[in-house]
Write a protein that binds this ligand. Sequence first.
Ligand code: NDP
Length: 291
Amino acid sequence: MSKIIDGKTVAAKVLDECSQEIETLKNRGITPGLAVVLVGDDPASKVYVGSKVRKCAELGLHSRKIELPADASQEEVLAVVEELNEDAAIHGILVQSPPPPHIDEEAIVRAIDPAKDVDGFHPENVAKLALEDASGFVPCTPAGCMRLLKEAGVETSGAQAVVIGRSMIVGKPMALLLMSKEGNATVTVAHSRTKDLAEVSRRADIIVAAIGRPEFVTADMVKDGATVIDVGINRVEDASAKRGYRLVGDVAYDEVAPKCAAITPVPGGVGPMTIAMLIANTVKAARQSVS
Ligand code: NDP
């Protein structure tokens, strides 16, 4: 039987640690503040933004939600970012992805003060991750995956790790973390051009699946006793579900789980960690703003 890595429990632990630090900061007169900018009305983005703001309120953080219409110009979005960069009550800024297609997302990310870039997407923070400079902000989802591995007692040092996906928000930073001096894994990064992916992934002691394709990783791609971290969140139609769809990961859970030493479920695995690490990054930004 595989061990199910419970993201909700680990996320609660991270948030508990945050609460303690928030208390300490508040005693020094600092309330960590997060600003979330939403451009347009993408339904999934609205849900994500809503849950981030709610979590801030639960933990006693200051938060601002700035909603701009779908036809907001690049200049308007940049003006909001500039204003937030100057706002001393705001320590973390994120612009919810994806913005409408006419917005140059990379230019927006570059405009965010790196000291407030709690998503960790600004080039300065990407460089700090590569340089293993702990003052930078690590993207929330891969940071959450690392914490899950640690809490589950999975030994990354010396392990063969295969990351499937090479995006800037998950795959690439995940590979950097696993190969860092903290992770010490031997890392292979696979993507859509990888030849014989099943053969590559079968070598892995640890698989991180960040592909965006429902149930892509099947049992034949996983060796017995591997640990599988499923980052994917995919909506698949399901007439029997209340909302008409259900969420599945990038891993065919039912057939893969019996082979694994440990596996994250979807939902309830990586998902809760992403928001917890966002709060942790915001608290860190507040701490660093006064140190
Ligand atoms: P992207 O679409 O940016 O990247 C997907 C990656 O998967 C690409 O590198 C792509 O390769 C690779 N890929 C696509 N098809 C294949 C294939 N057939 N074989 C091998 N590799 C393939 O996605 P993200 O990284 O943003 O997200 C990945 C998943 O994680 C999604 O389901 C997303 O919803 C989820 N997610 C979950 C989060 C959470 O909080 N749990 C947070 C962020 C994302 P190539 O580069 O060659 O195109």
